[in-house]
Design a protein around this ligand. Structure first.
Ligand code: GAP
Length: 448
């Protein structure tokens, strides 16, 4: 059960107003469940992706990076099981023309009033469930014929499997080792929604860790723990994070065992998956080996044996994590001595789109010039905003709302003592710091 308030409507409005996330093609009435990241949203999502890349690739010598193409040979998706098995059961209502997932009727709402589950109104006429493949199809080349059908990848993982030996041999890696990539995936979801939670175009951050069969459950346990630690280090509240173990009826067609990391999005959405950790066994490599006719076995020189490694997969959505970080960070609070409260986006400083904002207190005494010069210097090291409009209180509020951890003010004393006031977003504490120390002072506090 969710124990957290529902902040989704307020968040959608803030994200649009403050340049985080816009509805795609809004001037044409929008595209269903497709979203564009604005100037602050793209920074936030990039910071999350960079943090994942640093944790997975840069800080380890047993994981290599990859950027595989979205379009793959169509036989990839036959071998992976997606052509036959990547389906959701779909029901139509002949009365309201609504479409629903047959296995998620309890989460859906019939458009007829009063709001009820589809099938519960007298007028509802639900069809039998039929399977609907979630892959988007398109054509490669000039001819729109069945021979030229290609798919937009529904997961990035297959680009890793088909490159397993290329990466292993070119980088002289030994099992156990992993391959990581970040990229777009596409699913023609029947019921997308909840802002950027379930969309038809999204980004995944996936890592496949290749291990010797027999050691797989040990690695599975290790990755499960490491991934939870990563989410906690983003600043997500421990009480909002939980594991969910897949029962046998829930397991994906490729999985021997699976846990989801779930996050409490609040309100009726409650705890939902943000990451899947799967033991995929040798399902994918053996399927591709069989379908392509190319040996994908690993040769263990020391033990002088060949085998198909098992795969432990960690698969996290960049958009879902962005939503979790925004929901987790949003708060409204009163401020002592002030009538108006404030909205604060309590982002981890390493994730905040703007790290520091520089203000001249007044437009006199050369303060704007000093502030501009300082902002230019800070910009060379991290994303910095300059704001000279409105009262200082209003400027603080604007930065609080987008999660800027530090506001730096140049005042009438700055010219004389070459120092500034830095105000911290959460504690509201103010400290005086020498102008030439500001860059290092902020950098220390936003370090990954
Ligand atoms: N390769 C395994 C795989 O794709 P998944 O559980 O289907 O596993 C992994 O997806 C993650 O991708 C999810 O935990 C979620 O964060 C993200 N994801 C999946 N479908 C999504 C959608 N329609 N919109 C946004 N994110 C999605």
């Amino acid at each position: 059960m969710a124990s957290q308030p529902d902040v989704m409507d307020k968040l959608v409005s803030l994200c649009k107003r403050r340049g985080f996330i816009f509805q795609s093609s809004e001037i044409y009435g929008g595209t269903g469940s497709v979203w564009d990241y604005g100037p602050l949203g793209v920074e936030l999502k990039k910071n999350i992706k960079d943090r994942w890349w640093n944790a997975m690739v840069r800080s380890r010598d047993d994981i290599e990076g990859l950027d595989a193409a979205i379009l793959m040979h169509p036989r990839t998706w036959e071998a992976s099981g997606h052509v036959a098995g990547f389906v959701d059961p779909l029901v139509d209502c002949k009365t309201c023309k609504g479409r629903f997932r047959a296995d998620k009727l309890e989460d859906a709402r019939c458009p007829q009033k009063p709001s009820k589950q589809p099938g519960q109104h007298d007028a509802c006429q639900l069809t039998e469930a039929r399977n609907f493949n979630l892959m988007f199809k398109t054509y490669m080349g000039a001819l729109e014929e069945s021979a030229s059908i290609v798919y937009l990848r529904p997961e990035t993982a297959q680009g890793i499997f088909v490159n397993f030996l290329n990466v292993q041999q070119s980088m002289r890696q030994k099992v156990p080792f992993g391959i990581a990539q970040i990229g777009k995936a596409f699913r023609n979801e029947i019921t997308p929604g909840n802002f950027i939670f379930r969309t038809r175009e999204f980004e995944q951050m996936e890592m496949q860790f290749f291990v010797e069969p027999g050691t797989d459950m040990e690695w599975f346990a290790q990755w499960k723990q490491l991934r939870m630690e990563w989410h906690l280090a983003l600043g997500l509240s421990p009480e909002r994070l939980q594991f969910h173990q897949h029962g046998s009826g829930e397991l994906a067609h490729y999985a021997r065992a699976a846990f989801d990391v779930t996050f409490d999005f609040g309100g009726t959405l409650g705890f939902q998956e943000i990451e899947g950790i799967h033991n995929r066994g040798d399902f994918d490599l053996s399927q591709h080996q069989q379908a392509s006719g190319k040996k994908l076995e690993y040769f263990d020189q020391q033990a002088n044996k060949r085998y198909l490694p098992y795969v432990i997969e960690t698969s996290v959505g960049a958009d879902r994590t962005t939503l979790a970080v925004l929901v987790n960070g949003y708060r409204e609070e009163s401020v002592a001595g002030e009538d108006e409260g404030r909205v604060v986006m309590g982002l981890h400083p390493a994730l905040a789109p703007i790290k520091a904002a520089v203000f001249p207190l007044t437009k006199k005494d050369g303060q704007p010039e000093m502030a501009t010069k300082l902002a230019d210097e800070l910009r060379r090291a991290f994303n910095t905003d300059y704001d000279a409009t409105g009262s200082i209180g209003k400027r603080y509020r604007r930065q609080d709302e987008v999660g800027t951890p530090f506001c730096v003010t140049i005042d009438s004393e700055s010219a004389g003592d070459q120092s500034v006031t830095i105000r911290e977003r959460d504690s509201l504490a103010q400290v005086r710091v020498a102008m030439d120390q500001v860059r290092g002072w902020v950098q220390e506090r936003i370090a990954l």
